[in-house]
Each structure stands twice: as structure tokens, then as C-alpha cells.
Design a binder for this molecule. Structure first.
Ligand SMILES: [Zn+2]
Length: 149
């Protein structure tokens, strides 16, 4: 009963405020968009509209390891490439803190080096002599990350 009373009062309020309908509001704006108010158009190509950027200007550059960046797949037959990841003194594979390889590629390089050593393509305790003068990709004295120990 109370609810019915409220509804009826709402209806009467709407009837009283009936003059504020869409037609009454739209009609003046429709006339405003005509010739005298030419400079106040609210179209989409307005200069005050917010600038929509295609991509984030603050986005950081994606960090990739050497092999991922150039799309190189380490192979046990490519001994010259694999020996660049090998220390010339001990024949050990450089750590990820020195090479900066991602975990996936580092494990792949280690696997291929072991495969090449087992196949007799690569020496175990030193770098292959014919590749000693190759340009050095990594400097173990200046590791990109400190060692974890
Ligand atoms: Zn990678």
C-alpha cells in the first residue's frame, strides 16, 4: 500500500516534470549546430578531443639474448659458434651471468656442446685451437650480472 502510494506520487512528479523531455532539450541544440554557432561543433574531429596513441610510448624495449635476437639455433655441427660460449683456458661453458643467454638457449647450448664433444668435434678441456682468434662475444671479467655465489 505504501509502495503503491510512492509509485503514484512518482508518476505525478513525472507528469509535472513532463515538460523536461528529450524533444525540448534536443531542439535548441539542433538549431545551435546550424550556421551561427559553426565554431562550436562537437564532432569527433575536434582538436580538443583526447589524443589516442597507437602504442605505449613508455614501453620498455624487449630484452632478448643474443641467440633469440638473431634467431640462431645452436647445433652440434656448428662448432665455431659453440666454441664462442666456451672458456679458452678450461673448456667450460660460460655461465648465464656472462653470456646473458635465456635459460632455454643456455641449456640448448650446453646440450649441443656435450653432443659435439661426444662426437669428437670439439675439445673438452680447452677451446678449439682454430677458433682461438675468433672475436669474443663475452668477457668473463666483465659479466653482465654478478655471480650468484
Ligand atoms: Zn633467448
Amino acid at each position: 500500500m505504501m509502495i503503491c502510494g510512492v509509485r503514484s506520487s512518482l508518476r505525478s512528479a513525472r507528469a509535472i516534470l513532463g515538460y523536461v523531455n528529450k524533444g525540448a532539450l534536443v531542439a535548441p541544440t539542433a538549431t545551435r549546430s546550424a550556421a551561427p554557432y559553426k565554431h562550436y561543433t562537437t564532432s569527433a574531429d575536434n582538436n580538443d578531443s583526447p589524443v589516442v596513441l597507437k602504442d605505449n610510448p613508455f614501453a620498455k624495449e624487449r630484452v632478448q639474448c643474443v641467440l633469440c635476437k638473431h634467431g640462431i639455433d645452436p647445433d652440434y655441427k656448428n662448432v665455431q659458434l659453440l666454441s664462442q660460449f666456451q672458456s679458452p683456458y678450461t673448456g667450460r661453458v660460460y655461465g648465464r651471468n656472462i653470456t646473458g643467454l635465456c635459460k632455454n638457449r643456455h641449456e640448448q647450448v650446453e646440450r649441443e656442446i656435450i653432443k659435439a664433444q661426444n662426437a669428437g668435434f670439439m675439445p673438452t678441456y680447452h677451446k678449439a685451437v682454430e677458433f682461438l682468434n675468433d672475436p669474443k662475444l663475452f668477457d668473463p671479467e666483465k659479466a653482465i650480472r654478478p655471480h650468484k655465489y
